[in-house]
Design a protein around this ligand. Structure first.
Ligand code: ADP
Ligand code: DP6
Ligand code: CO
Length: 330
């Protein structure tokens, strides 16, 4: 029996990953840049054993169906191949984040699974190699291997596509991200399907791609200069551009709901009162608000005029992937 357990936090992209050049290897069309957060995370344990007769996957205490288990098995196959092991595995995972709701469960979930496999199979992977492995499970997961600001270098092959920390002189410690929960149910269009449809059919996709590398540069310069306004402006603009591409897909779709628009307008209003804050959205209706720690209580108070306390979660910068001790069976 080989056991491993790991925890990974979610990350939210300020400059988005949206589209694959290679679906099998999960090589992205563009670089992306994210902030790892402390409020949402996944803990996963895995045990490989010659006595298991198939792979099984338990998420939040529920044995998962064949389709969900097959997805995990495909990832386990990659880890098994690296280790030269054929044993089946039991995967048990707890998401301290709503699953498939646009809150980046695939990022924390697959990074945690990569970490657990590394430990269980004693792969001895470096952080860079862990990022490459996590990427094979879900693109955004390669960024959750690291804490703070992280850039995923798109690369051109399995070896050259991985994430790394963006030097920031710990500036992220001064920042926060407030989550406005609009809906925690599973989305209709997964991130994977949404980006695939967009790349294949959206007339706006080329426009998106042409401008992302400029946005990455702007974001990195803003981080280096600790210029919050510049980082916020490029974050908000980049997110809006990504969402514009889905409207021009065939068939068209959007992750926005009426309350997402209400939240985005509220953020603009709060900004007009002199509090610096900027929104971004991922593949789901929930809105995330980038702000500075010093303004959190004032911004939360303003958001509470329109949203309930239960809808609001404040996150700060989080750490990277961590190995956990397996509990010893009694
Ligand atoms: P999200 O916005 O939550 O990242 P995605 O559509 O990108 O939504 O991915 C959701 C999928 O990620 C799930 O359907 C499941 O396949 C996978 N996933 C989420 N959490 C876990 C986990 N803890 N372990 C393994 N896979 C997970
Ligand atoms: C909008 O990493 O969830 O959140 O690689 O197919 O698993 P797969 O997709 P995923 O896509 C994330 C898309 C996004 C933007 C981002 O996180 O960069
Ligand atoms: Co995801």
């Amino acid at each position: 029996m080989y056991n491993g357990k790991a925890r990974a936090y979610t990350n939210i992209a300020l400059i988005k990953y949206w589209g694959k050049k290679d679906k099998e290897l999960i090589l992205p069309m563009n670089n992306s840049l994210s902030l790892t957060l402390d409020a949402f995370y996944t803990e996963t344990s895995v045990s490989f054993s010659p006595y298991h007769t198939k792979d099984s996957f338990v998420l939040d205490g529920q044995l998962q169906d064949e389709k969900a288990t097959a997805k995990v098995s495909r990832f386990l196959d990659i880890a098994r191949k690296k280790a030269g092991v054929n044993d089946f595995a039991q995967v048990e995972s707890q998401n301290f984040v709503p699953t498939a709701a646009g809150l980046a469960s695939s990022a924390s979930g697959l990074a945690a699974l990569a970490g657990a496999c590394n430990d269980a199979l004693q792969l001895g992977l470096s952080e860079k190699e862990l990022s490459q492995l996590a990427r094979r499970g879900s693109g955004s997961a390669c960024r959750s291997v690291f804490g703070g600001f992280v850039e995923w270098e798109k690369g051109h092959s399995d070896d050259t596509s991985y994430a790394q920390v963006v030097p920031s002189d710990d500036w992220e410690e001064e920042l926060a991200m407030i989550f406005i929960l609009i809906n925690d149910q599973q989305k209709d269009v997964s991130s994977r399907d949404g980006m695939e449809r967009t790349v294949a059919t959206s007339d706006f996709y080329d426009g998106w791609l042409e401008t992302v590398s400029r946005d990455i540069q702007t974001a990195k310069q803003a981080i280096a200069a600790k210029d919050f306004q510049a980082l916020g402006e490029v974050t908000e603009a980049n997110g809006l551009k990504m969402h514009a591409t889905t409207l021009a897909a065939t068939p068209p779709f959007t992750y926005w709901s009426p309350d997402s628009l209400k939240a985005m307008n509220k953020v603009r209003q709060i900004r007009q009162t002199g509090l610096a804050c900027y929104f971004t959205m991922d593949a789901g209706p929930n809105v995330k608000v980038l702000c500075q720690k010093k303004d959190v209580s004032a911004i939360l108070a303003a958001l509470q005029e329109d949203f309930t306390k239960e809808q609001l979660t404040c996150a700060y910068a989080g750490e990277g992937l961590k190995s956990l001790e397996m509990e010893v069976a009694k």
